[in-house]
Design a protein. Structure first.
Length: 185
């Protein structure tokens, strides 16, 4: 990794950071998954910049607004800060090509499996994509990592069938993913 570049741990939000119980946009519905803060602390201690990349088609479908998403994101990032963890940034894609309403009904390179959010983070933070990792709970997260040149791709088990995944490995939790990354170092 060139000296001026950093490695990032790209994290999907729903299903990785919080319990995915549908479209989450209210604080009272947001439940952190067990061990998330400790896993992020460990990743940070391994030198990873923490970046969240999340599809938010609920905005595009008219279920909640961008303002409501931002309010929840500010609260979530504050919970991380209170646990000594800085999230570099949360990137989101509000569009959906079929179910979106109005301006949100379109294809977007940001919507995973597109790599747009990853590229925005790469350019903003000078990220070495080959030295970076992505953790997601769907194959579209893994495909975004492949499309973005992310060196290591980890899939959380439980959301969808992992047979035929293009992930480097399948893990049970974010803590397991970070532990796996630590063993590869």
């Amino acid at each position: 990794m060139p000296q001026d570049q950093v490695k990032a741990l790209f994290l999907d939000r729903d299903g990785v950071i919080n319990v995915d119980s549908g479209y989450i946009w209210r604080i009272e519905d947001f439940i952190f998954r067990d061990g998330v803060f400790e896993a992020c602390q460990a990743a940070r201690d391994m030198g990873y910049l923490l970046v969240i990349v999340t599809n938010q088609a609920g905005i595009g479908r008219g279920l909640y607004t961008e303002q409501q998403f931002h309010a929840l994101t500010e609260w979530m990032e504050e919970q991380f800060r209170e646990n000594g963890i800085e999230i570099a940034r949360t990137y989101f894609s509000p569009t959906h090509p079929e179910e979106g309403i109005g301006v949100y009904r379109r294809e977007s390179p940001d919507r995973k499996p597109g790599p747009g959010m990853l590229f925005k983070a790469r350019d903003a933070y000078n990220i070495d994509m080959a030295a970076s990792a992505i953790v997601g709970d769907r194959e579209t997260d893994i495909e975004a990592g492949i499309n973005g040149g992310v060196g290591t791709r980890l899939l959380l088990d439980g959301t969808e069938d992992t047979t035929g995944t293009r992930a480097d490995t399948v893990v049970g939790s974010l803590a397991d993913a970070v532990a796996w990354l630590g063993k590869q170092a």
